[in-house]
Design a protein around this ligand. Sequence first.
Ligand code: AMP
Length: 446
Amino acid sequence: MCAIVGVINSKDAAKTAYYALFAMQHRGQEASGISACDENGKIRTIKDRGLVTEVFGKDSFDVLKGDMAIGHNRYATAGSDSLLDAQPVTANYALGSISVVHNGNFVNKDEVRDALIEEGAIFGSNMDTENIVHLIAQHKSKSLKERIIYALSKVLGAYCLLIQSRHKTFAIRDRYGVRPLSLGRLKDGGYIVASETCAFDLVEAEFIRDINPGEMVIFERGSNEIRSEQIFTPDPRICAFEYIYFARPDSVIEGKNVYEIRQNMGRVLAQKSKIEADFVIPVPDSGVAAALGYAKQSGLPFEAAIVRNHYVGRTFIEPTQELRNLKVKLKLNPMSSVLKGKSVVVVDDSIVRGTTSKKIVELLRHAGVNKVHFRVACPELKFPERYGIDTPSFAELISANKNVEQVREYIGADSLEFLSIDELKTALGNERNYSLVSFDGDYFIK
Ligand code: AMP
């Protein structure tokens, strides 16, 4: 996943970038970094493994001076979780210094990297983002813009990119607009570009608009003018999973509030079948909005009967299966005083490997629940995502290997229902196309 932010023409740009990254911590917890560019065009970078608050301290901002900055929170979808793979990626090349941040995934990264190595390039990381820097350096044009367009003509994939040079910042979104990227205005007149609008709320920036699929926006130091170029023909397909799971509920993506869309998903789920139950409970926090929508639609009461320990990270972050199990137990505690002897509808946003849902059903039974009706606010995940979401291989995706009845049996629920793809589209709003690759296997970026 990852979060990116760019701040242009604003005093203490790095501090604003820091707060924006703080607001977008949910998009990546492995590493964080900021590159600031001062008035003399000197770029300084601080990056490390860890959360935003762990990577930056008070002293960081004595170093990160300047009115331009870009930043990144990392969630490894390509490369590894080593420090070498933290962003921004900075480099010196024929026209000066640049730093780059990237959210997304290049599907032809290995071919591009192999070709670059063949031609003599030396790589300092495992990241697909480094390909972009090499391609920019390789081209002979005197214009950075032309070099960037050349680099992008060589790569295929889903990307939102911010590229900062001595005097300019380029914001680019791939032609499908798979990942979100929005533009806002800061109170001091500067601009901010961020993966999610929840970052604007924190720094009191005013939302202007989303960067369009296939668009390049160019910001220049000292200028209020922004230039926009449609560098690729747009074919919008925002990733449905941004609405289902990834984005913060208070973000607005492509004009749609994530919280409301999640409630719609719950409403549509409730319309599928009528369940006799005492109440609806969410899997916190990912299932809260959908469970609320379910409760409103079904007329069943809503109970926050599973309590979450907020000081444990998301269950996916740990790499080994053994720890993942432990983390579910550490994270969620069903209240038996509320649940004992009851029939409940449990709503979560998704089932990926089935680890979380199986544990939750187990915990609910242990708390004395009578009947567990598990409802999932998205379709069955049958295909690995390749456009920037960390979903596992076919072998690990439970719905790629088991039908609904078999999954129900595996997780131990009394009943189980998913949204169908059409129902998901209804909840999202049918007026536009979405990237639904996890559900329908349509790998449209080839
Ligand atoms: P699993 O336990 O493997 O079935 O994963 C499902 C749980 O992980 C759900 O509670 C989701 O909220 C959450 N989840 C879904 N997709 C992702 C993802 N790409 N990264 C991290 N967590 C996820």
